[in-house]
Design a protein around this ligand. Structure first.
Ligand code: GRG
Length: 303
């Protein structure tokens, strides 16, 4: 890890720029529109899918796809469809995570969770439907077969038995629970980092970039995921369910970055990891300012 003073320019100023917020807002709108086009609206299942995936969420993963694709002049429709696929998978994971047998959360994105609105079996099937839909979107992208295969395979790896599902198993206590800082990093890499990482890499895949560039964006995504998750832990211990997007205090009985480090050390460490993520981006050509600002945005959630 590159050692850096916290005064590195990108995180030194106080707030994310208007440009960042304007880009994020227009991306949210564009992804929403793309998602509306891919989610059918005839059946109860379709309505539950729409409930889970539309009208909410920060769309950070979509933003990572969009910004990494922009670096490499990928066409906007390709980037948006890829972003929509990732948001479908993310919504799938949230619908399942909220179930009584998992995190048992009644609200999500300021709305009733999918199982509260539609019942438990429909919520399970909603996730079951959003996953295949995501892969279908990727398989249909107007890009080379190599790129489609790389996207499908990398996403499958990110969410499968060595990714999201493994992280959820650990989080639920179905595997050995985390005991150390390193264990927590592993858990959060699996639960959050791998999907951020895939999102950031996706633009490089679509842009036919080198393995080194793909690796840089992957590593950046992992680091951003860790910052994000550390701040999530901080918010879980606070009284800010709006920012967290779900009820606070759900991790009170678990080892978390907050219980392990305390708020000050946690924030300091998250800032250091965030600085490192920004430095990684300096090896890429093109304007990575907004990707760097995404790090600050993640840190700012704690304010
Ligand atoms: C195979 C996709 C799949 C899932 C099965 C249920 C499960 C295994 C995994 C759940 C993993 C999980 C819920 C991780 C939490 C990730 C996280 C940080 C969620 C909150 O992300 P935000 O804050 O949410 O970006 P918004 O609402 O803004 O999109």
């Amino acid at each position: 890890m590159a050692a850096l003073p916290l005064s590195q320019p990108i995180l030194a100023s106080d707030l994310t720029s208007d440009r960042f917020h304007a880009h994020l807002a227009s991306l949210v709108e564009a992804v929403e529109q793309t998602l509306q086009e891919v989610i059918p609206s005839q059946t109860r299942l379709h309505h539950a899918m729409a409930h889970s995936v539309l009208g909410g969420g920060k769309r950070l993963r979509a933003f990572l796809v969009w910004e990494s694709a922009r670096l490499f002049d990928v066409s906007p429709p390709l980037a948006l469809q890829t972003a929509a696929a990732i948001e479908c998978v993310h919504a799938y994971s949230l619908a399942h995570d909220d179930l009584p047998c998992m995190d048992n959360a009644n609200t999500r994105r300021g709305k009733p969770s999918c199982h509260i609105a539609f019942g438990e079996s429909t919520a399970v099937l909603t996730g079951d439907a959003l996953g295949p839909l995501a892969f279908e979107i990727l398989a249909d992208l107007e890009t080379s077969a190599d790129n489609r295969l790389a996207l499908v395979k990398t996403l499958a790896q990110a969410i499968g038995p060595e990714g999201l599902v493994a992280g959820q198993m650990i989080d639920l206590g179905n595997e050995t629970l985390p005991q150390t800082y390193e264990d927590l990093c592993t858990l959060q890499r699996l639960k959050t980092g791998v999907l951020f990482s895939f999102a950031a890499e996706a633009g490089a895949i679509l842009g036919n970039r080198s393995p080194a560039e793909r690796e840089t964006l992957r590593a950046y995504g992992l680091a951003l995921g860790q910052v994000f998750q550390m701040i999530d832990d901080l918010l879980d211990g606070s009284d800010n369910p709006e920012e967290l997007g779900k009820p606070c205090g759900q991790d009170a009985s678990k080892l978390t970055f907050l219980s392990l480090l305390g708020p000050d050390k946690l924030y300091e460490k998250a800032t250091f990891i965030g600085e490192d993520a920004c430095v990684m981006l300096n090896t890429l050509q093109g304007d990575t300012t907004l990707l760097k600002e995404a790090v600050r945005y993640a840190l700012e959630r704690a304010k």
